[in-house]
Design a protein around this ligand. Structure first.
Ligand code: GDG
Length: 463
């Protein structure tokens, strides 16, 4: 089999032969280990100034070569902080109001994509397959073609693809979608995202024809599919048991006595709907007084992208909401909300999921949301908790029959669903859990990877 070359903005840090980060990193790592190949991308290092160091750091372990580059401060500002996270991220999450556009940043984004291709090119053999990940690298294939690379190239978008009119708020939208059409195979998280993309191509890029799971554009056929990313449920179940007798979880359970626990874990990001979630929890305590003193809500939110203003703003809003709720409802022996701004060990998180009666996962928009899937997989099968899930998370397309779906813009509706989750009888909880677990097993992480790589293999006409 030909080598696999994975390209992502960040190359995940590796500890003890396994990536320390969640879903994507583990899936990519396993695929690479099987096929053998290269993982190329930024190593997280920023070098002061405007000239990036040209050297590629190579490190080989197992079957994988990690090929990483540092970014110049100027490129980090334009490509990463600017166009990727200041323009694309908000628009792709349906928040054009939070997006800002600057031509210099866009030019920097294109330039960094080309620069990365130039660094990677000497490492590529003609028969290698390339698999590019996420919105930082939309024009990567175009830059590859311009550099003369004729390999098969696939792309997977981890975040939503917005509806045509929303996409059109990014000034160079057409150029970007045309650049995406230089890939041989495109992958989206859900069928709605796939449709949003093909709608754009059909309506805006004249002369194209959308056929079954592919688009034809200027005589070229581009595969377009939905590949919902999964997890390894058994691994999560195993991790969730690792800490079940640890001091931290035991202390937590002792502190709760008869209380019920609700848990949320998100990067601190406005797309995750944390303010709306806090408001709905407050509404629950207002309207259903029986939960006062009885329910504890733990929100873990490690800070992210704190050098982008919108992220600093959301942090201030949450601090104020958490203070208000606790000020209003706490008493001497009960604090309703524990809002924690730091990250935790993965297995401790999974044990916390297991110890919680409600997984409260309510993004305003999310490509998939792996926390929702991990919460389900971590449950004790004989006494599972309930997943309260936003209808705007990609995961809702797979879990709609088992989860209690909510509209995160409706605080009263959310409070009602929370009440229902907290009072749901065991037989219903079990039935819902078994349904969801079945879906997670049917579409685990290997399935996601294999389906994408299979379609990439069948796609395009390289050479
Ligand atoms: C993007 C898309 C899509 C969180 N806090 C800690 C921690 N985590 C882990 C979670 C989970 C992962 O990070 C987060 O994944 P999500 O899917 O929830 O969200 P994004 O980071 O926004 O990811 C998303 C995903 O890509 C994959 O395609 O699902 O829609 O936005 O695994 O458990 N892990 C540890 N400590 C923490 O404090 N160890």
């Amino acid at each position: 089999m030909s080598r696999l070359i994975v390209i992502s903005n960040r190359v995940a840090p590796i500890a003890e032969g396994k990536p320390t980060a969640g879903g994507l990193a583990v899936g990519v790592f396993d695929a690479l280990k099987q096929a053998g190949g290269i993982w190329f991308g930024w190593n997280g290092e920023i070098v002061e100034g405007s000239t990036p160091p040209d050297d590629v750091r190579l490190e080989s372990r197992d079957n994988i070569t990690y090929a990483t580059v540092a970014l110049a401060r100027n490129d980090y500002d334009l490509y990463y902080r600017g166009f990727s996270n200041g323009t694309l991220w908000p628009v792709f999450h349906y928040r054009p109001d939070l997006s800002s556009y600057d031509r210099r940043e866009y030019a920097g984004y294109l330039r960094v994509n080309e620069w990365m291709v130039a660094r990677l090119k000497p490492l590529i053999k003609p028969e290698d397959r390339l698999w590019v990940h996420d919105y930082h690298l939309l024009p990567f294939a175009q830059a590859c073609r311009r550099a003369g690379l004729r390999n098969r190239i696939g792309f997977f978008l981890h975040i939503p693809f917005p509806a045509e009119q929303v996409m059109a708020t990014v000034p160079p939208h057409q150029e970007l979608v045309e650049a995406m059409c230089e890939y041989d195979q495109l992958g989206f998280q859900t069928d709605s995202d796939r449709r949003a993309f093909t709608d754009y191509v059909r309506r805006r890029l004249g002369g194209s024809r959308v056929v079954d799971r592919a688009i034809e554009l200027d005589g070229k056929r581009i595969g377009v599919g939905a590949y919902p990313i999964g997890i390894y449920p058994e691994e999560i179940q195993r991790l969730s048991l690792k800490h079940s007798r640890s001091r931290q979880i035991t202390n937590l359970k002792q502190g709760l006595v008869q209380r019920r626990l609700m848990v949320s874990v998100d990067r601190l990001d406005y797309s995750k709907g944390l303010v709306e979630r806090f408001t709905a929890f407050e509404r629950l305590l207002e309207t259903k007084s029986e939960h006062r003193g009885q329910v504890s809500f733990i929100q873990i939110a490690p800070p992210s992208r704190s050098d982008v203003e919108q992220y600093r703003q959301i942090r201030r809003q949450l601090e104020s909401a958490a203070g208000r709720i606790n000020g209003r409802f706490s008493d001497l022996s009960w604090t309703p909300l524990r809002y924690i701004n730091k990250s935790f060990d993965r297995s401790l998180l999974m044990s916390l999921f297991r110890a919680s009666q409600v997984g409260y996962v309510t993004p305003l928009r999310d490509g998939m949301n792996l926390v929702a899937k991990e919460y389900v997989a971590a449950q004790p099968p004989d006494d599972p908790g309930v997943l309260v899930l936003s209808e705007f998370a990609g995961a809702a397309e797979e879990l709609e029959e088992g989860a209690l779906l909510v509209n995160p813009y409706d605080p009263d509706g959310m409070a009602e669903r929370l009440h229902r989750a907290l009072t749901m009888p065991l037989p219903e909880r079990r039935e819902r859990y078994e349904h969801m677990l079945q879906r997670l097993n049917d579409n685990n992480l290997s399935h996601w990877r294999d389906r994408f790589l299979h379609d990439l293999q069948e796609s395009g006409t390289p050479g």
